[in-house]
Write a protein that binds this ligand. Structure first.
Ligand code: M6R
Length: 603
């Protein structure tokens, strides 16, 4: 999804903007651009495709000394990925970059065209810069003109604007899309997430929705949506980006699969007692009067939520329902105050999920977010938060975020079980010791990786994949199918094993690949019967199990385990590595698959 950077200062502005954009690359984009204003002159560069193209275009551009500038990576929403549609968008003497969607851009565009403005792009963003210049002509004051512009914009946005009539100032506004300001003496940075700023600024202002203002090298002017001054609240920024480097792995996704063992240890750290789970960040009163849990999320986070619903009902004996955020938003849902509303998100910025959280809060529900990014919009919005501690996840295809979400959910179901007295101390102690072993279940062994690499060559074609499983292995099947389709572009579906005979089995033939999740500790015989039904219809079967299965064409053996959740985590790794290797053989961009964005901040 789109990314924004901005800079005011005396340092190498071109490098700061381009390196900042490179930090946002993993979010997905299809064009990029920068605009620099120095000594009242604008320099503007845009390019379609990878940042390398933009770097090449700026080869002879070497600004020295004080300058201000803005940059953007665009993930096309309105209009194709072309240079004209790339940001920054130009007025006659101003430039703008924008994340989000201006919903009323067509009305605004029509009236600006009547005023005589000429549009060169198909984007919604371009209205912002023309609207600003229209207001500037009438009001003759850039601050008033910027505010009058914001007053007319509807939708979600984060905006940076620079203008020749105030050549040392960046105007900014946040309304529904993330934005923060990094501070380092008389150097100022803007970014849509903290990674471009880490190492450059020590502290940051995370803007709240409705906040806007302008700043230059020596002063910051921050206002709320009524344009009343707001006192800046700064927060310390992390100091190291080391964890976001590839560390010798071919891809971020590969590195992130391998580091699951460490990040799961981090997720568990300080939270495991003898026979209880400690979440210091939770006020136990959060669950007072709660009779139901509603989980809401998108994509991979939705899959972890679905798996969690089995754990909450099984261990905490509490009713639990799961919703896809984009569906929940418009179904006119009934929300009861005895429901705890839980959103799950790696980024904490997914527009649909964030909106459901706001809806639940408006309806008076208590809320909790399970999230990987501290200070993200959801963390700030929810009543309570549990951080998954997976570290920065750069691969668009989520891996370690899912793993840590599952660990948090398992712990949370036990935390609640203790509160609700639905498990005995002996049972809780048993679970705690099982949790301690999870990091070892996700270690990627060389032999396994090599086997999956060899096997992958047999799964590059065919007319589709079914991933099947029962109970928590059904959401895991959904997640396995999502991983495969995201990075291999092969058609894959996840199904509950028992559903196959209700329709999907009609597709079975040798060109239909079934990836069967066959845990030995949970419903093995039931799953086995379902897989045999597919095998009898000549579907090509790849079984994943600790128990040999002679009806499979390919067999991936996992360790004998005493608990199904350990089988869950080991199979999760198998599915991740298998998808990765299929994608590599197909020559795809593993970390930045086509059409996808890491953080989906538009609905
Ligand atoms: O940041 P979130 O967890 O809210 O993101 C939700 C989905 O966009 C995300 O999980 C997406 O499905 C991933 N690409 C999955 O690999």
């Amino acid at each position: 999804m789109c990314g924004i950077v901005g800079y005011i200062g005396k340092n190498k502005i071109k490098d700061i903007l381009l390196e900042g954009l490179a930090e946002l690359e993993y979010r997905g984009y299809d064009s990029a651009g920068i605009a620099v204003l120095q000594d009242e002159n604008f320099s503007i560069y845009k390019a379609v495709g990878k940042l390398e193209n933009l770097r090449n275009k700026t080869q002879d551009f070497h600004p020295e000394g004080f300058a201000i500038g803005i940059g953007h990576t665009r993930w096309a929403t309105h209009g194709k990925p072309t240079e004209l549609n790339a940001h920054p968008h130009i007025g006659s003497n101003s430039y703008v970059v924008h994340n989000g969607i201006i919903e009323n851009y067509q009305e605004l565009k029509a009236s600006l065209i009547k005023e005589g403005f000429n549009f060169v792009s198909q984007t919604d963003t371009e209205v912002i810069v023309h609207l600003f210049e229209s207001k500037l002509t009438k009001l003759n004051d850039p601050v008033k003109a910027f505010r009058a512009t914001l007053d007319e914009l509807q939708g979600a946005y984060a905006v940076l604007l620079i203008t020749a009539c105030s050549p040392e100032t960046i105007f900014f506004a946040k309304h529904g899309s993330p934005m923060l300001i990094g501070l380092n003496g008389d150097e100022k940075y803007f970014a849509s997430s903290d990674t471009p700023i880490i190492g450059l600024a020590k502290e940051a202002i995370y803007l709240e929705d409705g906040e806007n203002g302008y700043l230059d090298a020596t002063s910051t002017h921050l206002f709320n949506e009524k344009y009343e001054p707001v006192k800046e609240q700064t927060k310390a920024l992390a100091t190291s980006k080391l964890s976001a480097q590839k560390d010798g792995y071919r891809f971020f996704m590969e590195k992130e699969i391998y580091e699951q063992t460490h990040v799961i240890s981090d997720t568990l750290m300080g939270r495991l007692g003898e026979a209880e789970i400690n979440f210091e960040e939770l006020d136990p009163e959060l669950f007072l009067g709660i009779n139901e849990i509603k989980l809401c999320a998108c994509g991979t986070s939705y899959h972890s939520a679905l798996a969690a619903s089995y754990l909450f009902e099984r261990y905490s004996k509490i009713r639990c329902s799961v919703e896809i955020a984009s569906e929940f938003r418009y179904k006119e849902p009934l929300m009861c105050k005895d429901t705890l509303f839980v959103v799950i998100s790696q980024s904490g910025e997914t527009a649909d999920t964030l909106e459901t959280l706001k809806m639940a809060k408006r309806a008076g529900l208590k809320s909790l977010v399970i999230c990987n990014v501290d200070n993200s919009s959801m963390v700030r919005e929810a009543d309570a938060s549990i951080l998954t501690r997976a570290g920065i996840e750069k691969g668009v295809a989520s891996t370690k975020a899912f793993a840590t979400q599952m660990v948090v959910f398992w712990m949370l179901s036990l935390y609640l079980a203790k509160q609700r007295k639905t498990l005995t101390s002996i049972e809780l102690a048993k679970h705690v010791s099982l949790l301690r072993e999870v990091p070892s279940t996700v270690v990627v062994k060389d032999e396994l990786h090599e086997k999956l690499r060899r096997l992958s060559k047999r799964y590059l074609h065919g007319h589709g994949f079914f991933f099947i499983g029962r109970d928590v292995f059904f959401p895991l099947a959904l997640e396995g199918a999502l991983k495969l389709k995201e990075i291999s572009y092969l058609h894959a579906e996840g199904y509950p094993s028992g559903e196959m005979k209700h329709g999907p089995i009609a597709l079975a033939d040798p060109e239909l690949f079934t990836i069967a999740l066959m845990p030995t500790n949970l419903l093995y015989e039931k799953t086995k019967s379902n897989v045999e039904e597919l095998s009898a219809r000549d579907s090509t079967i790849c079984a994943i199990s600790a128990r040999e299965f002679d009806k499979a064409d390919d067999f991936i053996k996992i360790e004998e385990r005493s608990h199904y959740m350990h089988e869950f985590f080991e199979m999760m790794v198998v599915l991740q590595v298998l998808s990765l290797e299929i994608s590599v053989r197909l020559g795809n961009d593993v970390d930045m698959p086509r059409n996808l964005a890491k953080s989906v901040t538009v609905e």
